[in-house]
Design a protein around this ligand. Structure first.
Ligand SMILES: Cc1cc2nc3c(=O)[nH]c(=O)nc-3n(C[C@H](O)[C@H](O)[C@H](O)COP(=O)(O)OP(=O)(O)OC[C@H]3O[C@@H](n4cnc5c(N)ncnc54)[C@H](O)[C@@H]3O)c2cc1C
Length: 357
């Protein structure tokens, strides 16, 4: 059988694209791990903050909001930026970039009582930031794709790709799958997939980001605390099922791999968090890391490659791939189907692979 589409990658990019493309033709999705969402898609902070990222990313996030809402993926959280005399300049830049409303340090402490009175003297607020249920989102995409006849197979690593006439041949072990169009949604591995297919890479850089899960600080009930970010994105913290997640917010360039937290990076990040709070870190219950993969200009790369239109990119999701996934998938499908996208032309131009050629 020759599929119309073969998607490489079973994260939010691949399964999201499959949900949309499955109404246009037959489709096979290959995921090398045992579970969908095993890499970046299952390791995120799961936030929806529509003012986070470059303009075209914000446009994708705004265009995704209705999908998240109507599928029950959002719940109230709120976002707070904190700063003090030591980082006043970068705090002011973040306030503007994230379009935050200034609140007093007392108002900030009323929301998060452990904020340090001397080190946190300034705060910004965005009430509309939400928690995003990434697993519900992924399962919803998979359900839509399967309902349209998509075949999703796990533990299948695409190891060779070649062109045979007007179709692609993708080798997985001793099997070969054929498809007319190839969708590259391989996350941190997307440039490696391009190289296998003989398509020029886009200069993707995977960057590690770690997370530590701490017991609720000082025994506080953290359930209603917002996400808190240190000015300059030097750390952030977020409640999670009665515990507190703290990230050093590092963006360390690495090769694609099954990421894990670096002890020193974690310790330094926890120290930056501790400077801003009155409760010490007593214990780290667990930790993990994931890869956020960026194109050179930091925007997603969505749509057919200009030099090889049968090779479709859904890559470079960076730190926004959860919140942008519905609109990113829609844009990919619109471009493949030759439909006029709902996004502004300028945003489409900022996301096209052609900008990197
Ligand atoms: C700590 C952290 C916090 C984050 N916080 C947020 C947040 O709050 N909000 C937000 O929107 N985003 C956030 N992100 C970013 C978000 O997680 C990613 O942008 C998104 O998950 C990327 O999805 P993806 O499908 O492109 O990649 P992935 O989920 O990594 O999926 C790619 C898949 O391709 C598969 N694959 C690769 N090569 C092959 C092959 N040869 N054959 C078969 N399969 C292959 C991999 O196994 C993988 O499952 C965060 C990321 C991290 C690490």
């Amino acid at each position: 059988m020759i599929y119309d589409f073969l998607v490489i990658g079973g994260g939010l990019a691949g399964i999201g694209a499959a949900a949309k493309l499955s109404s246009l033709g037959s489709i096979l999705i290959l995921e090398m791990e045992e579970a969908l969402g095993y890499h970046a898609s299952g390791r995120s902070a799961a936030m929806f903050e529509e003012n986070y990222g470059p303009a075209a990313v914000c446009a994708l996030s705004r265009a995704s909001a209705e999908h998240h809402r109507s599928n029950g993926c959002l719940s109230p959280r709120g976002f707070m930026l904190v700063g003090g005399p030591q980082n006043a300049e970068i705090f002011a830049q973040d306030m503007q970039a994230l379009a935050l409303e200034p609140i007093t340090a007392e108002e900030a402490r009323a929301k998060v009582p452990i904020l340090h009175p001397e080190h946190v003297t300034m705060a910004g607020w965005h009430e509309e930031a939400q928690d995003l249920d990434a697993d519900l989102l992924l399962q919803g995409f998979a359900k839509s794709a399967r309902a349209n006849g998509a075949e999703i197979v796990t533990r299948k690593t695409a190891s060779a790709i070649s062109r045979n006439g007007s179709s692609w041949e993708v080798t997985v072990g001793d099997q070969v799958f054929e498809a007319r169009q190839l969708v590259n949604a391989a996350g941190a591995w997307a440039d490696q997939i391009a190289a296998l297919a003989g398509v020029a890479p886009i200069g993707l850089q995977p960057k590690r980001r770690s997370m530590a899960r701490l017991p609720a600080p000082g025994g506080h009930d953290v359930t209603s605390w917002p996400m808190i970010m240190g000015a300059g994105e030097t750390w952030y913290a977020k409640p999670d099922a009665g515990k507190l997640l703290v990230s050093p917010a590092e963006a360390d360039p690495v090769e694609p791999h099954d990421a894990y937290a670096d002890d020193m990076v974690l310790a330094e990040g926890l120290a930056r968090y501790e400077e801003n709070v009155t409760e010490p870190v007593t214990r780290v219950e667990s930790n993990w890391a994931g890869l956020r993969s960026f194109a050179p200009d930091g925007c997603l790369v969505l749509g057919p490659d200009p030099n090889c239109p049968e090779f479709i990119w859904s890559a470079g999701q960076g730190g926004y791939g959860v919140q942008t996934s519905p609109a990113a998938a829609q844009l990919v499908a619109d471009l493949v189907a030759g439909r006029s996208p709902e996004l502004d032309q300028a945003d489409v131009a900022a996301l096209t692979p052609a900008r990197l050629r």
